[in-house]
Ligand binder design. Sequence first.
Ligand SMILES: Nc1ncnc2c1ncn2[C@@H]1O[C@H](COP(=O)(O)OP(=O)(O)OP(=O)(O)O)[C@@H](O)[C@H]1O
Ligand SMILES: [Mg+2]
Length: 363
Amino acid sequence: MLMKTGLSGTDVKIGSIALHNLQKRYGSATAVDDVSLSISPGEFISLLGPSGSGKTTTLMMIAGFEMPDNGQVLLDDRDITRLPPHRRELGVIFQNYALFPHMTVAENVAYPLRMRRLPKAEVEERVRRVLDQVHLGALASRYPHQMSGGQQQRVAIARALVFDPPVLLLDEPLGALDKKLREHLRNEIKTLHKEVGKTMVYVTHDQDEALAMSDRVAVMHEGRIRQVSAPQDIYRRPADLFVASFVGDVNLIPATLRSGVAHGAAGERLPAAPWTDADRDATLCVRPEHLRLDMTAADNSGGIQGRIVNMTFVGDATILEFRSDSGLQLKSKMLNIAVGTMPQIGSACVASWAASDATILTE
Ligand SMILES: Nc1ncnc2c1ncn2[C@@H]1O[C@H](COP(=O)(O)OP(=O)(O)OP(=O)(O)O)[C@@H](O)[C@H]1O
Ligand SMILES: [Mg+2]
C-alpha cells in the first residue's frame, strides 16, 4: 500500500477514491445513473457488467476524460471532479493499448516522464526499473508492431506505472487477447498489484476475470451498481436476480414463502432458510453444483419430483438436465469423480439442495 507523510508527520495511506452520486447522460439516455462507491487505498476492485452497462463511462469520469452531469469524484478526500485528466495523476490503461507506433518500447514508457520534464538520468532509471517489473527489460528497443498483443499490453501497463500514480484505471486491458494469454496476464496483473500496492479499478465484462482478480466486485447494469461485495459473496449471496443470473450459472426456482417455509409449484416443500417475514412469492437461486439429483428422496428435508432429461459431458463435470413433473427445468453439475453413481437419462429422481445453498430473492 502506498503511503505519504501527512501534516502531522505520520504516514497516511494514499489512493482512496470516492464516487458520490455520479450521473452521466448522453442526450436522453442515461449512461451512468447515481453511482456511489468508496474504494480503499490499495484495493483491487472490478466494475463488472454487460456491454453498455456504464463501466467505461464510470472509469472515464474517474480519469477525467468525461465530465459527470451530477455528482463528485474524490481522490484521497480531494474533489477532483472538474480537474483535467493530466492533473489527476492517475494511470490509465485502455483496451486497445494506445501505444505510439513510431516510438520504441522505452520511448513509449518514458513519454509520461518526458511530459513532466524529469531529468534524463532519472527517466532512464525509472524506465529500466518499470520494464523489469513487467518482464520487458530485454525488449526495450523494439517497436510496438514487433511485439505480441500480450507484450504490447505490458508496455501499456509499464507506461501507466512509470510516474508512480497511486491509482491505476484499467479498461478491459485483456479484451483483445486469447484465453490462455488472458489467464496468464491476469495472474501477472494480480502479482503486480501485490507488489506495487496501488489501488486498481478494473473494468471487465468477464465474470471469471472479475471473480479471480478482485478484492471486491461492483456489478453494473443499466448504469447502476447492483451489488458491491467480495467475489465469494457476489457468487454465493447475489443481491438480486440480475446479479444471480449474470455471475455464473444459476437455477431460478419459483417459490411461495408461507408460514416460514418455501413451497414449490406443486406445493412441495423446498429447502431454504426459515423465512420470518410476511408470506410472499419469491425466487430461490441455487447454483448447479449445489443441486443434487437423488434416485430416492433421502429424508423429509424437501425437494422437487421429476426426471433426468439430458446429460452433457463437459470434461471435468457432467451437466444433468432435470425436468420436474410440473415442467420446471433445472441443471445439476456433477464433477466426474464419482463415475459409478452417475444416474441415467429418464431416471425418476428428486432435486434438492442444502437449505444454506439457496438464496431467497423476493424482488
Ligand atoms: N460518447 C457517447 N455518446 C453517446 N452515448 C454514449 C457515449 N458513450 C457511451 N454511450 C452510451 O452509454 C452507455 C454506457 O456505455 P459504456 O461505454 O459506459 O458501457 P460499457 O459498460 O463500457 O460497455 P462495453 O462493455 O461494451 O464496453 C451505452 O448505452 C452507450 O451507448
Ligand atoms: Mg466499455
